[in-house]
Design a protein around this ligand. Structure first.
Ligand SMILES: Cc1cc2nc3c(=O)[nH]c(=O)nc-3n(C[C@H](O)[C@H](O)[C@H](O)COP(=O)(O)O)c2cc1C
Length: 146
């Protein structure tokens, strides 16, 4: 698991090769296995992850867990991925990104879209993280220390 975390990097350039159906199935299973607040499972998946705010007030957290699990599963399957933020962002034409996507994908108004997780075969190889690159200054024991 630690190896996976060191090696996973955001991939913004993909090959045109399609992802095999069995890998897509594994990605879907991993998303459906994600834990959620009070186990209410408000997140539904279109290939785009979206969550029903009427089901849980923890949609942001639950969606983020699904998104993270998807990224780690993608890495474990030899695929690249990148989080594309929607909430709070606008398109180049100034339309809120969530609104644009809701129109495009016919998403009901009770759903909010946290992010798109782009997944595909990597066409770039960013360097892996190393232990030396970790910022241990951010770690405090027992209480915050300066
Ligand atoms: C909440 C969140 C929002 C992000 N939004 C974007 C985005 O809109 N576009 C993008 O290219 N990358 C986005 N990223 C990816 C980050 O830029 C990336 O994870 C960070 O620079 C660290 O690089 P790494 O993923 O290679 O470790 C986002 C990541 C997170 C966690």
């Amino acid at each position: 698991m630690l190896d996976l975390l060191y090696n996973r990097r955001s991939i913004r350039k993909y090959k045109s090769a399609e992802i095999e159906q069995d890998k897509i199935e594994k990605l879907i299973q991993s998303a459906l296995l994600a834990p959620s607040s009070r186990n209410r499972k408000p997140v539904e998946i279109i290939v785009v992850v979206m969550a029903d705010s009427a089901v849980s007030d923890m949609c942001t957290q639950d969606s983020s867990i699904v998104a993270t699990i998807l990224q780690l599963t993608a890495e474990s399957l030899g695929l690249g991925s990148c989080w594309v933020q929607l909430r709070g962002r606008k398109t180049s034409a100034g339309v809120p990104s969530e609104e644009y996507l809701a129109d495009l994908l016919n998403i009901p108004s009770n759903f909010s879209v946290e992010a798109i997780i782009a997944i595909g075969y990597k066409d770039e190889t960013p360097t892996s993280y190393t232990k030396d690159s970790l910022d241990y200054k951010k770690v405090h024991f027992n209480k915050y220390s300066v």
